[in-house]
Design a protein around this ligand. Sequence first.
Ligand SMILES: [Zn+2]
Length: 428
Amino acid sequence: MENQTIFSGATLFQGMDESVIQNGMIWIQDDRIKYAGEASNLEIDDQSVQRIDLGGKFVMPGMTECHAHLSFTDANPFQLGAQSPEEAMLTGIRNARVMLGSGFTSALSFGSIHKVDVALRTAINNAEIPGPRLAAAGRDLGVSGSTVDSGVFDGLEQIADGPWELRKAVRQQRREGVDIVKIFIDGEGVCEHCTQHELSFHDDEVVAVVDEAHRHGLRVACHSRSAAGVKQAVRSGVDYIAHANFLDEEAADMLHEVKDSVFVGPGIIWELGLIEHCESLGLTSEWVRERGYEEEVEASIKSVQMMLERDIRMMVGGDYGISVAPHGTYAKDLEIFVDMFGMSPQKALLCATRDGGAAADPNGNLGTLEAGKYADILIVDGNPIDDIKIMQDQSRFSAIIKGGTIYRKLMDDFDFTIQASDITAKCV
Ligand SMILES: [Zn+2]
């Protein structure tokens, strides 16, 4: 039977541009949006349609976490991989629920321990567990001597060298069922054998990974901090570029050339968390500074300005799931985008909704509130355009709707109420 609901009296942010409709309305039919826009534009006679007056609450598209690590366990980032597949699966189930409960109705994975993402994606799609729509990644793929080859990420790493070995690795990941192949193009300040400015792959190797992935309908996501790394990613046809901290003019111009097909995730929560909480990891501030992290934050702010000038699409998300940036705090990115990158709150919301949705679903079903798109909707008690920080307060979500199913108060005591679904019985 058809299930239809109309939410009226909405302060409506459709996520197509920065505009807000004061007397907005949204009409859901089953898992899709039938209408979204000005309430006055529409007369509805059908009395069977359920109507809910929101009394001015803020209505926006569900957000997309575009650098998700659902199998990370909020541990010390140097001990992430110390989970058996069974433990990692339980971690993933818990975090999928937390992510959805934080207002993220979709997620684009940037790597998972073992094959956890693939099983999570299937279980979420089958409504066996609550979670965001997930584009699943497998283990991090890298060459010998890369950051991936650190020996501390058991279950998270896959090492292959040369174009043909890498093609084989992509084929193996394809067989395992991933959507995304995650590679490390350059390194990391904390990694003494492969720094943030050091390229791991030969060009031929990245080209081989991307070609093999694309031939099988997979997308490629990369870790790339340096300008040289971003240039290698663009030259090779990588789809998603995380970090891009140290852009130069040439790298920014190259991104501009491919701005209709490439997305960049400039989140810096890892750097900020490391700088602020280094002592909890047994590191000193001096060491963190020596390894270039303060410089990396400064460079990132400049790089984001270069991308804003060139209208390059940016996604929120970045390595949440570690002790210095735990699950559930994903919307901190919005605050960083506003306070440190100088975006308007509306622009930050567009990164989290329209642009993240386009990144996660190339078929265009996500990210905006428009007729025909999935009914992935947040109803917020408060206006994030006045205070972007409220997006970090899960108690502000009056409703989190994914595919027309209403989830509520996921974070309070695990007692979430779901209408039109028996998912509670299966999961709690
Ligand atoms: Zn990551």
